[in-house]
Structure formats: structure tokens, C-alpha cells
Design a binder for this molecule. Sequence first.
Ligand code: ADP
Length: 402
Amino acid sequence: MKVLVVNCGSSSVKYTLFDMDGEKKIAWGLVECIGLDEAYYKRQSLKCGEKKDSVKASNHTQAVELVIKELLDKDCGSISGIDEIAVVGHRIVHGGEKFSKPVLVDKDVKDGLKECFAIAPLHNPAHYAGIEAVEKMLPGIPSVLVFDTAFHQTMPDYAYMYALPYEYYEKDHIRRYGFHGTSHNYVSQRAAELLGKPLSELKIITAHLGNGSSVTAIENGKVIDTSMGFTPLQGVVMGTRCGDIDPAIIAYLIEAYPEFKDGAAINNLLNRKSGLFGISGLSGDMRTIVKAIAAGNKRAKLEYDMLCYSIKKYISAYFGILNGADALVFTAGIGENSPTVRQKACEGLSALGIEMDVEKNKEPLNSERFISAPSSKVKIMIIPTNEELMIAREAKKVLANE
Ligand code: ADP
């Protein structure tokens, strides 16, 4: 059975085709710069390896058309007809309070997704365009939506509410939603498998640390709390996002600087100009920061210390919320590849039973593994995330009506 996973951004379409017998990736790629004069199409398949072209893709439908053409190509294609694709799984950033699990697309679901445009204006309209493009190019093939927010819908109200006047929750749906849910879900399931215990008996803290980062407290397979909030801006310090700040700073900036008179300018500052980039003045990419620290750059070191400290704060808070933890899992670009961030985020947490094996942590491996010391009560693990596979599994499950 083949499942196509699609992730549509405002100017990109990413895809992966899985053969679910053995959960093998057979073709994957990306069309980017959609809508510009020149778009780019990078793709790989087991049959033909890597190919890159500049292409014409004025909208998502044209981009999806390119993808389907390639999948059907007589030399490099991976399918001989579109009906070989059993189901398409779409990654959707925001499901609001409406969607707490993956759903099969129908008119009501599409209308529900539209209702979430206001709270996810950057992402959901692009996802919607992607769904319509797939419907057009793959008529009759069912689509399933898998939401980044859905896994977090188990949070108790006292964890997801903000202490603003209640009417803003009722009217504007302002509350904590949490993001990266598919990743937190995937790595917590893998952690249970590696620990050899049912997820329903475990307390796990998962740290998804990439360009965007979030930490989540999971008890018995259910999210209790997560660091991202109404948007993916809240929580730990990130590549270009500030994470937690005193909200009064925003009012101060609006009063003090004429350029911050509207929400878009403030959003740009907090989402694109802050974090690693804002403090270092160099880059939002951790690899550049690490090099700058080695060259003696003090602001890069300060930002790195801030980022690690903010992760440690959430780990400690969630340890308390969960009243202990069986495992602490690191995943995503930084979580999987930066031994120094992992080490610093766990430093001085031996009182919580979090003790790292520093040598194991440094091993340059690219695989699932334990990096805690034998004496550590909390098992520290690295688990490479696989959101595409998780979406493919969820789509397959929904199709089978499981
Ligand atoms: P996204 O959130 O966009 O999916 P990723 O999960 O790919 O991002 O993470 C990107 C981050 O991972 C970047 O800050 C990058 O510098 C960092 N990263 C990747 N490899 C390394 C490495 N070897 N050492 C330190 N940081 C790394």
C-alpha cells in the first residue's frame, strides 16, 4: 500500500511517497519558490537518485501537478497509475479546538479548516490550497489531515488557558494550542518501544529542538503541558523567535518606536529577528553560532547560554508537573545533532535524577540511542524524529477506520 505525504507551505510543496509494506520511503522532494518567476524542483527516488530543475509553478496546483507527473514518469516514476496511491496524508499546522485527531477530508472538514484561518494565517490557507490542488490532480483519492496541534488537545484547561479576560477565549479562541505534536507523538511512541514498556505507563519529557523548538510533558501517552502557545512563538529561545518574554515589552515597543505601530511589524521582530539571530546578530542557525563561539564571539556565547538555560527551565518545570519522569527525549536538528546543547540543557539536574553519560552523548551517530549514565533515574534518549512517517501511519489508520 502506498501513501503520499504532502506538506504545503505558502510557497512550497514537500512530499514523500511511502510504501507502507516495510514503511519504506520510495520518492521524496520539494517544489519551492512557488509563485515567483522561477520555481525549483528537487526530488529523489530510489530508482533515479537526485534530480534538480528550475520549473514554472505559479500556484500549488501546478506544483502538485509536477510532483504527480514525476511520480508517474516512465523512467524515474514510482507508480504506474494514480490509483496506486491509497491515501494522501496532509500535514496541517493548526487544527484549533475543532480537530483533536486526524480526519478524512470532506466538505465539513474543509469548512472547519477555513474557520482556523484566523488563528493560523501564515499556514492554514497554504494547506487549504494544497488540499484543493491534490483533489484536482488526484481525483477520487482520499485525503487525511494530520494536525500539529492535535496531540496537545489532551492538555487540562488550567494548562492551556491564559489568564486574560475569559471573553477572548470565547470569542477569539485565544489559548495555548502547542505545535510539533506529530513529532512529540512519534518520539514518545518510539521511546516507549525502546524502553520496552507501554506508553500508558510512562512519564516522558520530549524536547523537539530545531529552528522552532518546543518541550512537552507527556503522561500515559497524553500531553499534560507544552511550551509553545497560541502560536509557535512562545516557550524556549529559538533560531529567530524570542520564546517567552514579558508581554508588556510589546506595549513598550509600540509606544517607543513608530515602526512598531502594527501587529505585522511586532510579529516580524519577535518571529524573524529575535532568538539566536537577534542576540548574536549573526544567524538563526545553531551551526553558525557554534562556530562563532569557537572564534570567541561573546554574544553568540550569551545567546547559546540563554537557549540552553530556557530548555533546562522547561525540563525542570515538566519534571515537577509530572512528579518525575521515566525518560527525557531529544529530537530534531539541534536535539539530534548538538551534543553541547544536550549536555548544557541537562547540566546540574542530578537532583532530579537526570545524569548524562558525557562520552555517549558525544558519539557522532545518527541513530536512536540512550545517552544517560547508568546511575541516571531518568533515561535520556536521542530519537530522530520522523513526522512524515507518522503522518503516513495516521493516514493509513484513518483509511482503515481504526
Ligand atoms: P526545522 O525546525 O526547520 O525543521 P531542523 O529540525 O532541521 O529545523 O533544525 C535546524 C537546526 O538544527 C538549525 O539551527 C541547525 O543549525 C541545527 N543543526 C543541524 N545540524 C547541527 C549540528 N551538527 N550541530 C548543531 N546544530 C545543528
